[in-house]
Design a binder for this molecule. Structure first.
Ligand code: HEM
Length: 497
């Protein structure tokens, strides 16, 4: 009998050896005390996004800039330490995203954002040329056109009471990414009732809610929920949409192969969307399949829409908030764009002060406020041994508010970004709105051009101010949003000058 008990104990210890090792190593990392089994779960699960900001701020204040948090038996390390962030982002063994990214896979498959290892590497190689400045140059026309529509849409708020600018810039960003990624006009700025728009927004919301929902977090439980059924419907509709665009574009491409040559002979040049570049791409002599392309196009739609919308809304808010900064921006934009307000790559590159303003806005309100990786083996980070299968969370939103990193962190000072930093410098990792290292944002140049183009059009046409006593209530969603909107007032410059 004793032998049986002894053998069972040894087997149990052997089976749970990784768990024991995890608890042992985590013991040496500071963090908030937790309960047995639940860990810190009761603190975090089912909390509102605003409450989460308070809780995480408290954890960091009380336990330092490299802390452990337990969600049940899931170990999370959250850090605002630039040295740890640098170590994580530049380690080629840390390319795997945290488990929460799996919630996106029903929609995005394993596209660039969610894939790992060889697949990620080969996709990154294929997609990098699609963001070359020559390609981006062709997109400027789209930014300009959609910005002009936004100006028109804003007319109805001219001189009126305050309004929430977020939904307007969100539709503009959606039209931009749809036209540049798929080469089709969604016209959502004109038709905000579009089913595609509604589906994208609802699905993004489901993905976000699952992160903090006690039941929906777990795939096997999620499958029994109504939300799961709804997700299936939304995913099906979105996939059908993207696939139909891919198919018709492929067909069009084949039938135009001959006429394209004729067009070129006559000097007519067709504008390319990211999709066209993917349709032409070959790997080992083979074209990418429709499914491969769909994964990447859906990823662009997801990653390039809400992020840009949030950046646009918060940048306009910051410009509206500081009169002296708005004046300086307007003078620069006015002198560069002149009377017709036409946007070109050259003019966007000349908007140096506006660039600093956009960067400072992204520092304080990074569109992606938290992002995560996962250790696939035990490894040393910040002189601490981190167990296998640990989630590593980087927190740009909290880094921006850390006085150890920034002087007067809460102040909006665009000039902070006037000094160029060397890529090797660990200071680079104090500022990570576009992430950094291997898995940085592939669309960051695209995003900065879109941001500068759209903001410059708004500022050139309207004088902005913030609604009296308004402060955004930031919510830590997948993308940072203000739960009470971004409430601005606008006045046409044609009337006020
Ligand atoms: C202001 C706008 C944007 C911000 C702040 C932003 C930020 C980020 C961040 C922080 C990441 C890393 C996420 C992570 O590790 O989980 C990321 C990745 C990515 N972004 Fe962006 N993004 C923006 C716009 C865009 C746009 C416009 C596109 C596409 C046209 C895009 C495409 C991507 C893709 C494909 C990835 C995954 C890259 C990889 O893992 O290799 N982003 N972005």
């Amino acid at each position: 009998m004793l032998i049986v008990i002894l053998t069972l104990t040894i087997v149990l210890f052997w089976l749970l050896r990784d768990e024991f090792r995890k608890f042992y190593l985590a013991f040496f990392i500071p963090g908030p005390p937790g309960l047995p089994l639940a860990g810190n779960g009761l603190d975090l699960i089912n909390k509102s996004p605003q409450e989460l900001i308070q809780i995480i701020s408290r954890y960091l204040k009380n336990h330092g800039n490299f802390i452990r948090i337990w969600l049940g038996n899931q170990l999370l390390i959250a850090t605002t330490d630039p040295k740890a962030v640098q170590a994580i982002m530049t380690d080629s063994n840390l390319l795997t995203k945290s488990r929460e990214y799996e919630y996106m896979e029903a929609w995005l498959g394993t596209g660039l954002l969610t894939s790992t290892n060889q697949k990620w590497l080969s996709r990154r190689k294929i997609l990098t040329p699609a963001f070359h400045f020559k390609i981006l140059d062709e997109f400027i026309e789209v930014f300009d056109k959609q910005g002009t529509i936004l100006i028109e849409k804003l007319k109805k708020f001219d001189g009126k009471e305050s309004f929430n600018i977020f939904p307007l810039v969100a539709l503009c960003a959606l039209d931009v990414i749809c036209e540049t990624a798929m080469g089709i006009s969604l016209n959502s700025q004109s038709d905000s009732e579009s089913q595609y728009v509604k589906n994208v927004n609802e699905l993004a919301d489901i993905i976000h809610r699952r992160t903090y929902d006690f039941i929906e977090r777990y795939e096997f439980l999620f499958k029994f929920t109504k939300t799961y059924k709804r997700q299936q419907k939304l995913v099906e509709a979105l996939h059908q949409f993207t696939e139909s665009v891919i198919k018709s574009r492929r067909k069009e491409m084949k039938s135009k192969q001959n006429t394209a040559q004729e067009d070129e002979d006559f000097g007519i040049k067709k504008k390319k969307a990211l999709l066209d570049l993917l349709l032409e791409t070959t790997v080992e002599g083979k074209l990418l399949s429709n499914e491969d392309i769909r994964e990447e196009i859906d990823t662009f739609m997801f990653e390039g829409h809400d992020t840009s919308a949030s950046a646009l809304a918060y940048t306009l808010y910051n410009i509206a908030r500081y009169e002296h900064i708005q004046k300086k921006c307007f003078e620069e934009i006015d002198s560069v764009l002149g009377n017709d307000g036409k946007i070109t790559m050259k003019s966007l590159n000349e908007l140096k002060y506006l660039e600093l303003v956009c960067k400072e806005s992204l520092r304080l309100y990074p569109s992606v406020p938290i992002f995560g990786r996962r250790t696939v083996e035990e490894m040393m980070i910040n002189d601490k041994m981190i167990p296998k299968d640990t989630t590593l969370l980087m927190l740009p939103y909290f880094m921006a508010r850390d006085p150890e990193i920034w002087q007067n962190p809460e102040k909006f000072i665009p000039e902070r970004h006037a000094v160029e930093k060397d890529n090797e410098d660990s200071q680079v990792f104090t500022y990570i709105p576009f992430s950094g290292g291997y898995r940085n944002c592939i669309g960051q140049k695209f995003a900065m051009l879109e941001l500068k183009s759209t903001v410059s059009k708004v500022v050139l046409n309207y004088k902005l101010s913030v609604k009296e006593n308004f402060t955004p209530e930031d919510a830590l969603e997948l993308v940072i949003k203000s739960t009470n909107g971004i409430m601005l007032k606008i006045e046409s410059r044609k009337l006020s000058n």
